[in-house]
Design a protein around this ligand. Sequence first.
Ligand SMILES: CCCCCCCCCCC/C=C/C(=O)SCCNC(=O)CCNC(=O)[C@H](O)C(C)(C)COP(=O)(O)OP(=O)(O)OC[C@H]1O[C@@H](n2cnc3c(N)ncnc32)[C@H](O)[C@@H]1OP(=O)(O)O
Length: 360
Amino acid sequence: MRASQQDFENALNQVKLLKKDPGNEVKLRLYALYKQATDGPCNMPKPGMLDFVNKAKWDAWNALGSLPKETARQNYVDLVSSLSSSSEAPSQGKRGADEKARESKDILVTSEDGITKITFNRPTKKNAITSQMYRDIILALKNASTDNTVMAVFTGTGDYYCSGNDLTNFTSATGGIEEAASNGAVLLRDFVNSFIDFPKPLVAVVNGPAVGISVTLLGLFDGVFASDRATFHTPFSQLSQFPEACSTYMFPKIMGPTKAAEMLLFGKKLTAREAWAQGLVTEVFPESTFETEVWTRLKTYAKLPPNVMRISKELIRKHEKQKLYTVNAEKCAAALERMPREEYAKALRNFLFRKAKAKL
Ligand SMILES: CCCCCCCCCCC/C=C/C(=O)SCCNC(=O)CCNC(=O)[C@H](O)C(C)(C)COP(=O)(O)OP(=O)(O)OC[C@H]1O[C@@H](n2cnc3c(N)ncnc32)[C@H](O)[C@@H]1OP(=O)(O)O
């Protein structure tokens, strides 16, 4: 099968997310194939002998001769695909070994009545998601996808559902900013993919305000039940970030482009009823009866035939999956370039400064 332009663009994003440096030889090959695929055969003047780097690049490109652009594109896609799988294989294996060992206090996972309940459990920080919590959720979803429960449900402890990404994730990361950005982009990609791939019904029980990534993810859920105390806020522009979790694709589909822009570009905070009117929320319940009504409903749903729900979900999702992976990879590559920038650092400083000032 011929690689399409889209496959090629995916591969370009994928390269930026490789966990391991593939080494100079492979990088030269990637460069040569990229140039051949985009510009065609090399007709640039040969760099001087002492211009080592450009000479090596020129040699690699020139060596491809008259290789057709389409073949170069295909070879580029194949090479990236082999690099991605080889760089991911060891960590998958490693993950398997220590998977069950970890007890997480910030992400609680329980199973009852056929339901895996995954709780953001960091109420003193409004359930902000740390790097470890991202990893815990990936694991919880992986386990829930193969255990004997029928569905998975997310909720939060305390007055918040979740205040989004913990804004100190990057300021507290060890190593340089480039390394933190690269690790963050890979983690974000894997995290969102685990929602795209989750094969059973996935429901959010939004017990209070939701911010950032906890809102954008909702586009990948099958049901969103909200207390009338919940709000939905995506202040990405204010934080100098791009919306993640495929929300740039899912939100316009769910609520239409102008309402999606109101949230994702302008950061308009929605009440639960507004979010329901726009299709992001399935149903809103009064706070006083929220927990009882929602859990009674979910327990009834969990008695429906699991395989039928699973297959129906697959039928709904399967035509979108490839697109969702692409949008996710694109966003992560964009985030990777964004995070080390000054405006982003400034937005984080503003948040941390506000906190420090409030304590004076
Ligand atoms: C190197 C590895 C990196 C891995 C990361 C990979 C993944 C990257 C994903 C990037 C994409 C995600 C984007 C988002 O989610 S953007 C949204 C981020 N969230 C916010 O901007 C909300 C920030 N918080 C607030 O605005 C307010 O705290 C809030 C309105 C939520 C509540 O206000 P209130 O006045 O009621 O309460 P406090 O502000 O006093 O909060 C209580 C304590 O909780 C701490 N807190 C709250 N939210 C966060 C947060 N998001 N990150 C960190 N800490 C948070 C707050 O600081 C208070 O703590 P202290 O009591 O210690 O001061």
